[in-house]
Design a protein around this ligand. Structure first.
Ligand SMILES: *Cc1c(COP(=O)(O)O)cnc(C)c1O
Length: 342
């Protein structure tokens, strides 16, 4: 059992990792957005600028999944997600880059969508990237979606392929979260160089790999800054349990004591309604403010909602507060929403 954050790089070396993105991603000041919102200082970690196929947080997660896939000599990547999933798009891109085939399963997670939602944005990119698309009729059945991946995997094996499955439900080991432990090390170094210590960090919280990995990594490094997860899929109570479990699973995977205490798991769900992938007015306002004050593009499903929560935090921290936002990407989904974002 190890507990010292200095061990982190060596612990992570035990996990095979595919090189997919150029790191570090930039950490930028957003002075005009800060002035417009009354914050002392706003910093944004630009994981939307990670280098593969239009960027996003899943690039960091995929380095570990694809690393394991290559290590096992698999030839096909199999993954499930919402129709406008960024994870699926980046898995298709990573597979293409590494010379693997990719099968993707798209779940009906958002009700009453139009042709634009079905064909544009990430779906257009999935096709361009050459992924084979399978449809799954449900959107809230993680175990069922994983079971169906198993069925597709069996049919691939019957044809002589070696599929690697990237599972969805939280019963699986949190390999993707390791990508955000790497991000935590990177961020801690950037903050040291900039000589800034933020009062609060905000990150969107969906499957929870990003939030749990970042929180775990920062605490393992001795960084005690509050990490606030902005709920984009489940309410705060449900998501808190998910993140706590995820952190324990990371500790188990790394064979170390968890540095995350119960008080460290913080969630807000003020921008979640009316639900996953559905827009609301504060999100539209946050997307507009970021675009018009900083030329910064956010997406309607994740980063826009997290920015809406972020802006409501500004007043709470006092006028001099320094806040740090993790921009997790997702911008291709913007085009699937069309004029609804305006
Ligand atoms: C998936 C995703 C998230 C949420 O990350 P999790 O690790 O699933 O919690 C946030 N932002 C974007 C753009 C995403 O695609």
């Amino acid at each position: 059992m190890k507990s010292d954050g200095n061990y982190l790089p060596r612990i992570l070396e035990a996990f095979p990792r595919a090189h997919l993105c150029s790191l570090p991603t930039p950490l930028e000041d957003m002075p005009r957005l800060a002035a417009a919102t009354g914050a002392g200082r706003l910093l944004i970690k630009r994981d939307d600028c990670a280098s593969l196929a239009m960027g996003g947080n899943k690039e960091r997660e995929l380095e570990f999944y694809l690393g394991e896939a290559l290590d096992r000599h698999c030839d096909t990547i199999l993954i499930t997600g919402a129709v406008q999933s960024n994870f699926v798009r980046l898995a298709a891109a990573a597979a293409a880059k590494l010379g693997l085939d990719c099968h993707i399963q798209l779940e009906e997670r958002v009700a009453n969508v139009d042709d634009l939602y079905r064909d544009s944005g990430n779906v257009l990119l999935d096709q361009l990237l050459g992924a084979v698309i399978h449809a799954y009729p449900h959107g809230e059945d993680e175990a069922g979606a994983d079971r169906n991946l198993g069925v597709i995997a069996d049919s691939l094996r019957a044809r002589g392929r070696w599929p690697y499955i990237i599972p969805l439900s939280p019963t699986h080991k949190p390999l993707g979260a390791l990508g955000y432990i790497v991000a935590a090390m990177e961020l801690a170094e950037q903050l040291r160089e900039m000589q800034v210590s933020p009062d609060e960090i905000i990150v969107p919280s969906g499957s929870g790999n990003t939030h749990a990995g970042l929180l775990f990594g920062l605490r393992a490094l001795g960084v005690t800054t509050p990490v606030i997860g902005a709920c984009v899929r489940r309410n705060a109570a449900e998501q808190s349990r998910r993140i706590a479990v995820r952190c324990d699973q990371i500790a188990e995977l790394l064979d170390m004591r968890s540095p995350v205490g119960t008080d460290d798991v913080c969630l807000v769900d003020d921008a979640l309604a009316p639900g996953y992938g559905l827009l609301n007015e504060p999100t539209r306002a946050a997307m507009t403010a970021a675009a018009r004050k900083e030329g910064l593009i956010l997406d309607p499903v994740y980063s826009g909602k997290a920015m809406a929560s972020f802006l409501t935090r500004v007043g709470k921290g006092g006028r001099d507060a320094t806040l740090l936002f993790i921009h997790t990407g997702g911008t291709p989904a913007l085009f699937a929403y069309g004029e609804r974002v305006l």
